[in-house]
Design a protein around this ligand. Structure first.
Ligand code: COA
Length: 199
C-alpha cells in the first residue's frame, strides 16, 4: 500500500541505555502518564539491560522523512517531510516479556509514541514487530493492560483495531471510575504442544 504524501517511515531498531532521557521525553510528551508512572517505566527500562525478561524495541524515524521536534514546533506538530530539520531519531518504543509461570504467554509492559508522531502509524509498526517476534517464538498470547479513563479512549481503539479483545475488567482497580482493562490477542505462531494441550 502506498503511504500518503508526508507520512513518515519508521524503522525498527535497538534501544541503548543512552536513549534513557529520550524515553522519558517520549513518555512525558504523551501526557498520559503521571510522574510516578514515568519513573516506573524508567525502572523497567533500566532492568531491560541484562534481563531477558524485558525486551525493548525502538521505532526510529527514517532519515528520508522528518517530524519536526515538538519542542521546536509545539505539541500540535504534524509530520512534515523535511530532511534538513534536526529530528529526534527515536520516536516510539515498546517493552514486552514473558509472563512468569505461563506457557508462552507474554505481556506488553509499555508502548508509547512521541505525541508529535502519534496517529502516523508508528505504534502499529511497533506492535506488529512485537507480535512478529513473539510468533517466531511460538508465543500463544499477548496480554495488555490499560485504563478505562477517557484519555485512554484512543489507545483502546488502537488495540481493538489491531485484534485485541477485552478479556477481563477489574472495576475501579486503579482509582474510582478507573477500571483496569485486560486485553488479549491469540498469536498465530503457537504450535499444538504445550502445557494446555489436550488430545
Ligand atoms: C497508543 C499509541 C502507542 C499508538 O501509537 P500511534 O503511533 O499513535 O498509533 P498508529 O498511528 O499506529 O495508529 C493510530 C490508531 O490508533 C488510535 N490512536 C491512538 N492514539 C492516537 C493519537 N494520539 N492520534 C491519532 N490516533 C491515535 C487511532 O484510533 C488510530 O486508529 P486507526 O487504526 O484507525 O488509524 C500512541 O498513541 C501512544 O503513545 N499513546 C499514549 C501512550 C499510551 O496510551 N500507551 C499505551 C498505554 S496502555
Amino acid at each position: 500500500m502506498n503511504e500518503p504524501p508526508g507520512s513518515p517511515a519508521f524503522a525498527i531498531g535497538a534501544i541503548e541505555p543512552s536513549h534513557r532521557s529520550r524515553i522519558a521525553e517520549i513518555l512525558r510528551s504523551t501526557e498520559n502518564f503521571r510522574d510516578e508512572e514515568v519513573d516506573v517505566a524508567l525502572e523497567v527500562f533500566d532492568a531491560a539491560f541484562g534481563d531477558e525478561d524485558y525486551v525493548l524495541v525502538g521505532a526510529f524515524l527514517s532519515r528520508e522523512s522528518g517530524i519536526r521536534h515538538r519542542e521546536s514546533m509545539g505539541p500540535e506538530a504534524v509530520p512534515i517531510p523535511d530532511a534538513r530539520f534536526p529530528i529526534p531519531d527515536l520516536v516510539g518504543f515498546a517493552i514486552y516479556g514473558p509472563t512468569m509461570g505461563t506457557d508462552r504467554t507474554y505481556d506488553l509492559y509499555w508502548i508509547a509514541v512521541d505525541r508529535s508522531a502519534q496517529g502516523t502509524g508508528c505504534g502499529s509498526v511497533l506492535l506488529s514487530e512485537v507480535e512478529r517476534r513473539l510468533e517466531a517464538l511460538h508465543a500463544r498470547m499477548l496480554v495488555i493492560e490499560t485504563s478505562s479513563r477517557s484519555d485512554y479512549a484512543a489507545t483502546r481503539t488502537f488495540y481493538l483495531r489491531r485484534g485485541y479483545v477485552e478479556a477481563a475488567r477489574i472495576r475501579e482497580f486503579y482509582a474510582r471510575q478507573d477500571d483496569r482493562i485486560i486485553l488479549t490477542k491469540r498469536l498465530a505462531g503457537s504450535p499444538r504442544e504445550g502445557w494446555g494441550a489436550v488430545a
